[in-house]
Design a protein around this ligand. Structure first.
Ligand code: DQA
Length: 140
């Protein structure tokens, strides 16, 4: 099984950025542990702060991977273009957020992506990514 994790804007600063909200761990260190927890799965990772680059990566991966885990960061709440890209591809996408977006500012309560994703996992910190991968193992 081949899974791609895509992180959107500002998620390159995990571990440094607002640790009270997003925790103290950088994504690269988390990724190493994640790989060890799912040894049978090929997990690739892509991060971009640029909306169009995220769309390009969805197009590239969206016909060959078994699953995509997408944390589009703030684009979640603004991007019709990323939602259209998720709709356009064949690979199922699970939306993920580290924080509990519904407990935060009202503008974070709306997601353009949830209706076009297989499901959405949020509020469990970095464990949200583990749970998303687990969902692909149980529902292919
Ligand atoms: C986030 C939540 C978004 O509202 C925010 O803009 C992010 C991170 C999360 O993982 O909790 O950048 O997607």
């Amino acid at each position: 099984m081949k899974i791609l994790i895509i992180n959107g804007p500002n998620l390159n600063l995990l571990g440094v950025r607002e640790p009270g909200v997003y925790g103290n761990e950088g994504f690269e260190s988390y990724l190493a542990k994640l790989g060890a927890r799912f040894p049978g799965i090929g997990i690739d990772y892509y991060q971009s702060n640029v909306e169009g680059e995220i769309i390009n990566r969805l197009h590239e991966a969206g016909f060959s991977y078994d699953g995509i885990v997408l944390n589009a960061g703030a684009y979640t709440h603004t991007s019709i273009a990323i939602a259209d890209a998720v709709k356009a591809i064949r690979t199922p996408v699970v939306e993920v957020h580290i924080s509990n977006v519904t407990a935060r500012e009202p503008f974070r309560h709306e997601s353009y992506l949830t209706p076009v994703c297989r499901g959405c996992i949020f509020g469990f910190g970095l464990l949200s990514y583990d749970l998303a991968i687990q969902s692909f193992l149980t529902q292919q």
